[in-house]
Design a protein around this ligand. Structure first.
Ligand code: F0G
Length: 457
């Protein structure tokens, strides 16, 4: 008999969890203005708010924490991190930042100006925020198929080359660079194929435009290339990473995802001129060029995490857990963005809460219901997060409305995933009794979902 699949690690340290009563959760939710970001950690049983900074570090990473070099300038931990990044990505110049959005801030300060257009595949909200805050436009050129949640495609995060070419043909002078997010978080943690990265590179070359990868989950993207794209089955994840990055000129990285650290990020590039510009911005906003918002010990942990998580077994353990949850949801007939993504399951709230009008935020309503049901915290990647159109100030209801269940790396077991699936089934079974959602009582002008105050209708 073939041995079953099992995790590629064992557990050395545990953290107790606490359940709550429905009564407690109702009071906490009300106090949080029906915004899951306003709940405290203790009020949550299974926390699937994000996979960012919530992973469990390995014993090797913790060992690295103890040997960090905290020199202000020239820390050996920086050079260890830089060499690891260069080995994995091929980028020569590395600038640390305290997290991914800081990398965006530093790089975009150098490259983006008012009136610019930055095309890409479903920019993440901070990326879009940093573009729009500079009065530029983030133009989504993701393939249309990504919007059909029930369509099974191996690379649903891809850029539509025709859409991209159209933008460049019309507005090349306004495009500072193309940004490709790997994996495509907003579209459901969906990967981008190597073939697509090649095609984008060819279009970029034709118009002499640089390409930047928003690389938060690049290792998961490489796993999907290895397991889904013809010709890559025999290549190592590290070989695939080198090939992916050979199609880019620079990367921004939130190390809180695929480097499995609780805080950290960086910019890496082969364009010396960009590095020289970014260094100045980095010093102003983050810190000196060899620490940029990070501790020496954290740079050690980042380097080790990056190395571990560009190994097949670690990624396989992770993706198999997402697939495990997806299979349970399939048993219950709960619709989600298919196939399951790299870091999360994205429940198609419009197909679940069909009675809740768009204007009342169905995915947010589902997030509230799941929390009340079992203390499970997911988050809305939908109409609240989409913010208002900067010009018309209208809500943007044209995209998807998902409840994202993001799975932290190496933290929960499949028994926890079972609890999540059954809790969601219980909500799903009573979906026809849910006809009203929420309305906005107060909101910030951008990135409102973090602080929005809602009222239950
Ligand atoms: N890019 C992508 C694709 C992301 O998913 C994120 C963060 C960032 C950039 C920004 O990085 O948080 O380190 O500043 N995503 C988290 C999430 C917050 O929950 O998906 P950061």
């Amino acid at each position: 008999m073939e041995l079953p699949f099992a995790e590629s690690w064992k557990i050395k340290m545990v953290e107790p969890m606490r359940k709550s009563t429905r009564e407690e959760r109702e009071a906490w939710m009300k106090k949080a203005h029906y915004n899951v970001f306003q709940l405290t950690g203790e009020q949550v049983y299974i926390d699937l708010l994000t996979d960012s900074g919530t992973g469990a570090m390995s014993d090797r990473q913790w060992a690295g924490i103890m040997t960090g070099d905290e020199s202000y300038a020239g820390a050996s931990s920086f050079f260890f991190m830089k060499e690891t990044i260069t080995r994995i990505t091929g980028f020569e110049y590395v600038l640390p930042t305290h997290q991914g959005r800081a990398a965006e801030n530093v790089l975009f300060n150098c490259l983006v100006k008012a009136g610019d257009i930055v095309p890409g595949n479903s920019h993440f909200d901070t990326t879009k925020g940093h573009i729009e805050a500079r009065e530029a436009h983030a133009l989504d050129c993701t393939i249309d198929e990504a919007k059909d949640t029930q369509l099974e495609l191996p690379f649903k995060g891809n850029v539509d080359p025709q859409k991209l070419e159209k933008v460049l043909a019309a507005h090349a002078d306004k495009v500072p660079f193309i940004i490709i997010t790997i994996t495509n978080n907003t579209a459901g943690g969906q990967p981008v194929s190597m073939q697509n990265l090649c095609e984008i590179r060819a279009i970029a070359d034709k118009y002499k435009k640089p390409v930047v990868f928003d690389s938060a989950r690049f290792a998961e993207n490489a796993y999907f290339i290895k397991t889904r794209e013809p010709g890559y089955a025999d290549k190592s994840i590290k070989e695939i990473c080198r090939e992916m990055f050979s199609h880019a000129d620079a990367m921004t990285m939130s190390a809180k995802k695929d480097a499995i650290v609780n805080m950290g990020g960086f910019i890496a590039t082969n364009i010396e001129e960009w590095y020289d510009l970014a260094k100045v911005q980095g010093i102003i906003y983050e810190g000196f060029v060899t620490y940029g918002g990070m501790n020496g010990r954290d740079m050690n942990a980042l380097a080790i995490g990056l190395d571990e998580n560009t190994e097949f077994e670690n990624l396989q353990t992770r993706i198999k857990q997402i697939e495990f949850l997806a299979a349970r949801l399939d048993e219950f007939g709960i619709p989600y963005q298919r196939p399951a993504g790299g870091h999360a399951i994205f429940i198609d709230a419009l197909k679940v809460l069909t009675r809740v009008p768009k204007e009342e935020f169905p995915a947010q309503t589902l997030a509230i219901e799941l929390y009340l049901e079992a203390g499970i915290r997911g988050c809305e990647i939908g109409y609240l997060l989409a913010d208002r159109d900067p010009e018309t100030r209208e809500n943007r209801f044209e995209g998807m409305d998902f409840l994202r269940l993001a799975i932290p790396r190496r933290v929960y077991t499949n028994n926890h995933m079972d609890v999540v699936a059954v809790a969601l089934k219980n909500v799903f079974d009573r979906r026809d009794t849910i006809s009203r959602g929420v309305k906005i009582a107060w909101e910030a002008p951008i990135m409102r979902h973090f602080t929005v105050k809602l009222e239950k209708l």
